[in-house]
Each structure stands twice: as structure tokens, then as C-alpha cells.
Design a binder for this molecule. Structure first.
Ligand SMILES: *Cc1c(COP(=O)(O)O)cnc(C)c1O
Length: 392
């Protein structure tokens, strides 16, 4: 980062208004292609002998501003922007693996990433083993000759378990494995895996980085050489690139990321305190709760615990659905990280594809609800949840 504090970086990093006719806000370069002054210049651009734009799937000035920003915020060398979080996940995973390789992955994973890994096994015999990563020994035992990378989501959706990134990096370095972290739930303001020694960070920018629920986008950050290769292979040739307008929305969203994350986190803390006192609530899962089993890991690697929490109510699916149906202004919706508070029922929505036994093992019961705490007044959010809980 060029600036000392992230609050300044999110606004100023990656953009120089003097290069853009003094435009305070970055322009949207809404163009598919770029003209060359001469045939020779076109040749030189294609040969990478001259810097410059060629075609927007290979690079666009608005998108580039966003890519420079995210690289700086994560403390990495090069960022790339994608048309969705899944486009970022798939570009990275396809770039880092070949047929017959082996991946170790955190148990509990975004559903579509789970689907992608299953597809990679079917098509290319790339096997994945799932791990709690709770000790060095546990990880060591899962490493095989074919293992190439460790893929981590932390906190894990929806039970909010956290994984000790320092521990994962220690084992990975010993065995020369790459570590990829899906940092969607934290954003770079709360957690910076590259600074701990991880190799790649991925975001569904759809969530906190956008912050306004108006765009689907993905980001990835890593070392320059490998990201350069990815830009020219699995990004360019699979083609899930971000549009200039969506990049512009993310540049705008990023400006308030620290403000929003502070508010999401403090609201979540307040809601957790209240939920723990309500008699209809059996369990609350929040990485920042002082009673949370792994709160020491949270405190070690996260600035604040973020805005997502889950809770189990006394009862089953019927009661959980009743809570959702009785909400007044809190929306019934999947996704997270928006200004609006959103509640969902993982067992019948985001995690419905996972077989029941697996789901129960992950702690995703029929009575579990997930809440993405918005940035409304926490008192209003609690009042809405309380009246819904009171009436089951
Ligand atoms: C939403 C999400 C994704 C997928 O991102 P899209 O932008 O929806 O493609 C990946 N990982 C996590 C943790 C997510 O929450």
C-alpha cells in the first residue's frame, strides 16, 4: 500500500486523476477494442514489446484501476478482476492444477466451489480431500505425493468456524504447497492472508467489496509472474472478465469498505449478545463471540469478526421457516455483505445440495438460520428478529 492506512488506500490507491483530465471519479472506459496508430504498433502490442491496450478481454483501464486497488489492499503484487467470484475461483484452480493432482480443502465450502471440485474430479481425476485443519498433524496426514495446493475458506460458511492460517502456511511451506484463501467473508480490511504467507487470495466481490448488492464480480490476487500467466491463460481463454461498468461500481463500493465493515461488525456483536439471551435460541455461531471455541484464532488473524453470524433455534425446519416468514424489514435472501440485513435457511437454500448426513456433520441442521447483518441501526435489526423469535 502506498498509504499508511487502509481507509486512505481504498479511496486513493490505483488511480491518478491527473492522468484522466482531472476527473475526480475514474471514467468508465466502455469500449471493447482499442485502435492502433499503425500496423507496426499493433504488432508490437501483440508481441508485448509495447505496453498498451488491445482488446477489453485482455485489459481495460477502468478494470485495471480496480485490479491495482485490490492488489494493494491485500498486500499482493497483481490483482485480476473476473465476472463473478466463481470465475475467479475456477480460473485460479484450473491454472494451478493438472490432471491427477490432489487438493486439500477446508471442510465447509461455498456450494459452487464444492461443485467445481467435484467436476474436476470427474473430468480430470483431480481429487479433493476435506480437512478441519485443526492441527499440523491432521494436515500432514492428508498430504500425498500428488498434493499441489491447500484451499481454505475462513470463516467457513455458514457455521463460521475459523481456520488458523499461520498453521496452514507452516505445513504448506514445509511441503512446498500453494495456499489459496477465499477471503470473501472478511474482505481485506479484516483479514490479509498474503501477509500471513498464503499465496493467493480470492474474493466474491459481489459481497462486501461491492457492499451494495448491485453487482456480481470476482477478484484474485497473487505474485506477479503467476498472475501474469493466469491473465493470459485461464482468464483470457476461459473469458470470465469483468465489465468496465461493474468495475466502476466496485471502485465506488470500495471507498466505504472500512466504514461499512466497522458497522457490520459492531452490529453483529450487538445482535449476538441479544441472541444469546433469547430463550428461543439454542446456539449462536460468531467468530468474535468471546465464548466461541476458536476465538483465539479470530483474534490472531482478523481485525474484527465481520457481519455474518448463524444461530440455531429450538425447534426444526417449521420453526426456522416461521422466523423467516415473520420478519418485517429484514429480507429473506441469500448472499451477504449488503447494506440490508439478509436472513436465510442454509439447509433448504444455500446448502440444500449437500447430502443430509454431510450437512449434519458440518453442523448445518434444520434449525440453523444465517444472518448477514446489515448496516441499519442494530436496535431496529434486533427488534425485528426479536418479534419473529417471540412468535414461534
Ligand atoms: C458468493 C461466494 C462465492 C461465489 O461468488 P459469486 O460472485 O456468486 O460467483 C464464492 N465464495 C464465497 C465464500 C461466497 O460467499
Amino acid at each position: 500500500m502506498k498509504y499508511k492506512h487502509m481507509e486512505t488506500s481504498v479511496i486513493h490507491e490505483g488511480y491518478d486523476s491527473t492522468q484522466m483530465l482531472g476527473s475526480l471519479t475514474p471514467p468508465i472506459f466502455q469500449t471493447s477494442t482499442y485502435t492502433f496508430d499503425s500496423a507496426e504498433q499493433g504488432e508490437a502490442r501483440f508481441a508485448a514489446e509495447e505496453e498498451g491496450y488491445i482488446y477489453s478481454r485482455l485489459g481495460n483501464p477502468t478494470v485495471r484501476i480496480l485490479e491495482e486497488k485490490i492488489a494493494a489492499l491485500e498486500g499482493g503484487e497483481r490483482g485480476l478482476a473476473f465476472s463473478s467470484g466463481m470465475a475467479a475461483v475456477s480460473a485460479i484452480l484450473f491454472a494451478l492444477t493438472k490432471a491427477n493432482d490432489h487438493i486439500i480443502c477446508s471442510s465447509g465450502l461455498y456450494g459452487c466451489t464444492y461443485g467445481l471440485l467435484s467436476m474436476m474430479k470427474e473430468k480430470y481425476n483431480i481429487k479433493t480431500d476435506y480437512s478441519n485443519m485443526s492441527s499440523e498433524q491432521e494436515l500432514e496426514n492428508q498430504i500425498t505425493k500428488e498434493t499441489v495446493l491447500i484451499y481454505v475458506e475462513t470463516p467457513i460458511n455458514p457455521t463460521m468456524q475459523v481456520i488458523d492460517l499461520e498453521l496452514v502456511v507452516k505445513v504448506a511451506k514445509k511441503h512446498q504447497l500453494l495456499v489459496v484463501v477465499d477471503n470473501t467473508f472478511s474482505s481485506p480490511y479484516l483479514q490479509r492472508p498474503l501477509e500471513i504467507g498464503c499465496d493467493f487470495v480470492i474474493h466474491s466481490a459481489t459481497k462486501y467489496i461491492s457492499g451494495h448488492g448491485d453487482v456480481i464480480a470476482g477478484l484474485a490476487v497473487g505474485k506477479k509472474d503467476i498472475m501474469d500467466t493466469i491473465a493470459l491463460t485461464t482468464q483470457k481463454d476461459i473469458g470470465g472478465v469483468l465489465s468496465p461498468f461493474d468495475a466502476w461500481l466496485l471502485i465506488r463500493g470500495l471507498k466505504t469498505l472500512p466504514l461499512r465493515m466497522d458497522r457490520h461488525s459492531s452490529n453483529a456483536e450487538k445482535i449476538v449478545q441479544q441472541l444469546k439471551l433469547h430463550k428461543a435460541v439454542k446456539n449462536v455461531y460468531y467468530p468474535g463471540d468471546p465464548d466461541f471455541s476458536n476465538v483465539a484464532i479470530t483474534n490472531k488473524q482478523m481485525k474484527l469478526a465481520g457481519g455474518v453470524l448463524a444461530f440455531e433455534i429450538n425447534g426444526g425446519k417449521k420453526e426456522a421457516q416461521k422466523v423467516l416468514n415473520q420478519l418485517h424489514f429484514i429480507k429473506i435472501a441469500v448472499s451477504l455483505g449488503d447494506a440490508e440485513s439478509l436472513m436465510e435457511h442454509p439447509a433448504s437454500m444455500t446448502h440444500a445440495v449437500i447430502p443430509v448426513e454431510e450437512r449434519e456433520k458440518m453442523g448445518i441442521t434444520e434449525s440453523l438460520l444465517r444472518l448477514s447483518v446489515g448496516i441499519e441501526a442494530w436496535e431496529d435489526i434486533w427488534e425485528d428478529i426479536q418479534q419473529a423469535l417471540d412468535n414461534i
